[in-house]
Design a protein around this ligand. Structure first.
Ligand code: DP6
Length: 361
């Protein structure tokens, strides 16, 4: 007596950033955020509900995870059991086997894609509604709840009730996302960084600037970016995205002890994007950074060639581009090799954006 589902859910990147919780236990955010998925950076999970197993279990990239009391897996599973109480599977154990298409070690995705895939898969085997699936994802990792829709997604912090639908697609988000791509720059991290859950907690407790950000900066940015997405206004989108990233990292530095996630290479990336944007072609790219030094650069597909050439000519690193996407592969094929000899190599993953979750047949 078992039921199973396999799903694929991409990680998302936020343009308006989530940083701070209003309620730790319920994982409610202090402010709204807006994101889109990175299509080729996904988690694939098989979920099995079975009465034949002795205990719940989770395996991620072949490594068994602790699922005991106090872990986020335990929290998600307990909430799922509450949701399916009284059904045929209420007594079943939950088994999860996940793999990620990206190197977790590179500090690429937080656990967001993983928890989104678990929640989406549990939604399939447990026949849950969208609001329930979003709540399960959020309990695993706040940002995970934004991976559940295609296009651009808005996580609304004003919704706090259990039955509330707190993640909603942004108007015309699928159309706008289809004109864009992302370049994920995997930047080596020598420092040991503070994880986002702990980092945001420190900011909530110690940063004065966080209050101003939550009350004044974010509401303004959310309005601007929703408008920019629905009117396909890349310049405003880029402006807000870069300011948001900088605002988040300013809050981090305003925390005590300060949180410094960006390194020298991150700042070189920031400068490289501003240089790219100051040519006669205008603003055609935007960077954003989460709780680590990796840069994600968003640009229009029509500018892919120019962006890659720009980075290939920089004298301080050798950028090694890769992609699984056919259209982006063609762009890379016409690219001349750069001849940078002994420069440090930076891996760059190119992917389209805005893909939603899917069941794998
Ligand atoms: C900087 O979702 O990883 O990436 O809710 O504690 O699991 P928890 O935190 P998490 O935080 C993500 C923070 C961020 C910004 C963002 O994705 O909005």
């Amino acid at each position: 007596n078992a039921v199973t589902a396999t799903v694929r859910v991409p990680m998302n990147i936020a343009f308006v950033k989530y940083w701070g919780k209003a309620d730790e236990r319920r994982m409610l955010p202090l402010n709204d955020s807006v994101s889109a998925n990175l299509d080729d950076l996904y988690a694939e999970s098989t979920i099995i509900l079975t009465t034949d197993a002795e205990a719940d279990g989770v395996i991620v990239n072949e490594v068994p995870m602790p699922v005991g009391e106090g872990t986020r897996f335990a929290k998600v599973f307990a909430e799922f059991r509450r949701m399916i109480a009284g059904t045929d599977h209420a007594q079943a154990k939950i088994l999860v086997v996940s793999t990620t298409s990206f190197p977790v070690k590179a500090g690429l995705a937080s656990s967001a894609a993983g928890f989104a895939a678990i929640a989406y898969g549990l939604g399939k085997v447990g026949e849950l509604n969208d609001a329930q699936v979003a709540r399960l994802a959020r309990l695993g990792s706040g940002s995970a709840c934004r991976s559940l829709y295609p296009g651009f997604v808005h996580w609304d912090s004003s919704k706090t009730g259990d039955e509330d639908t707190f993640v909603v697609p942004v108007e015309s988000g699928i159309e706008f996302a289809s004109t864009l791509f992302a370049a994920v720059f995997v930047i080596d991290n020598k420092q040991k960084t503070v994880g986002s859950s702990e980092g945001m907690k420190r900011s909530v407790q110690t940063s004065n600037f966080l209050k101003y950000r939550v009350q004044e900066v974010v509401p303004h940015h959310v309005n601007l970016i929703k408008e920019a997405v629905s009117t396909a206004d890349f310049i405003t989108f880029a402006d807000v995205t870069m300011r948001e990233s900088n605002s988040l990292h300013a809050v981090c530095l305003d925390s005590l002890p300060p949180l410094s996630y960006l390194n020298e290479t991150s700042f070189a990336m920031i400068n490289a994007v501003h240089d790219f944007n100051s040519t006669p072609a205008g603003v055609t790219a935007a960077y954003t950074f989460d709780a680590g030094p990796n840069a994600v650069v968003l640009a229009q597909l029509t500018n892919a060639q120019r962006l890659i050439s720009h980075f290939s000519r920089l004298p301080w690193a050798k950028f090694v581009f890769e992609t699984k996407d056919e259209q982006l592969k063609e762009v890379l094929n016409v690219q001349e090799e750069n001849n940078h000899g002994d420069l440090p190599e930076i891996r760059v993953i190119l992917t389209k954006v805005g893909k939603g979750p899917a069941v794998v047949p």
